[in-house]
Design a protein. Structure first.
Length: 275
């Protein structure tokens, strides 16, 4: 989040060593929560409701395009987390449509390129950028003079018609437990519910729960109740060889969420459980 105020400075310092800047999403959202966790003015709703079309996310992405192009650098879009499932055509069709919509948005915003979470998605992204670029190698001619966000636009996290729901809380608990278990088992990127998730996913999930409890949006008791339910479901659906890792993941998650102090990164306490 602080880098969005210093994009010119970053490009200046890196000069010829920088290809450009990348407008990521999960790490950026986590950064917002981590930096402003102490304030009730920065409570974010369910993760699914925080999209690149959210006002503060759109403001920073468009400013990134403008800043990069003004300096002759490339503006790179972010990863679309949706991934296809070759065994499920309906999931695949939904993933392809979501990625297409995301890449259309990026291409129209002036980005010069993008990245995806799965090789099968390359043709979808390629097609939209080929359509936008034509024979040009980039869109650096799009200087976006109409984009002039104020500092408040970058940190005004209100999202119209958004809210915190039980489904969002349950989803955060489940994805955090599943990712932490996989991380403890040596896997850094995990496909969960047809989304490619990495450490930033679990960081957002646990940070949101901490934030919601800390600012009394939800109760600690509700978290514990849903945590027990989700742990039970995960363990029942898992082979015996990894059941104990879910217990460890639960202890890591509790240590992060029930701590009155916000832990900077979940990996710090989790490292202690690695062999």
């Amino acid at each position: 989040i602080l880098a969005s105020f210093e994009m010119d400075e970053i490009l200046f310092e890196l000069k010829d060593h920088a290809a450009g800047l990348n407008a990521g999403r999960w790490d950026y959202i986590f950064s917002v929560i981590k930096k402003f966790h102490f304030s009730p003015d920065f409570i974010l709703p369910d993760r699914a409701q925080v999209t690149m079309s959210s006002p503060f996310m759109k403001a920073y992405a468009e400013l990134l395009v403008k800043t990069c192009h003004r300096r002759g650098a490339h503006a790179m879009g972010g990863m679309s987390a949706f991934i296809p499932n070759r065994k499920d055509p309906i999931v695949t069709e939904n993933a392809l449509q979501k990625v297409k919509e995301d890449k259309i948005r990026e291409a129209k915003a002036g980005f010069d390129g993008t990245w995806v979470a799965h090789p099968d998605l390359v043709p979808i992204a390629q097609a939209e950028f080929d359509l936008a670029l034509g024979t040009r190698p980039n869109q650096k001619d799009q200087l976006r003079p109409e984009v002039n966000p104020q500092a408040t636009d970058l940190i005004s996290v209100a999202i119209p018609d958004s809210r915190v729901t039980e489904a969002g809380l349950r989803g955060n608990i489940q994805v955090a437990l599943e990712y932490i278990e996989r991380w403890l088992s040596g896997v850094g990127a995990v496909a969960i519910h047809s989304l490619m998730e990495d450490a930033a996913t679990a960081e957002i999930a646990r940070a949101q729960i901490w934030q919601w409890i800390h600012h009394q949006v939800i109760s600690e008791d509700l978290y514990k109740e849903l945590r027990d339910q989700e742990l039970k479901k995960l363990k029942e659906s898992s082979p015996d060889s990894i059941k104990f890792r879910y217990d460890e993941a639960g202890r890591v998650l509790d240590g992060l969420i029930l701590n009155p102090e916000f832990t900077e990164f979940l990996t710090l306490p989790a490292y202690e459980l690695l062999p």
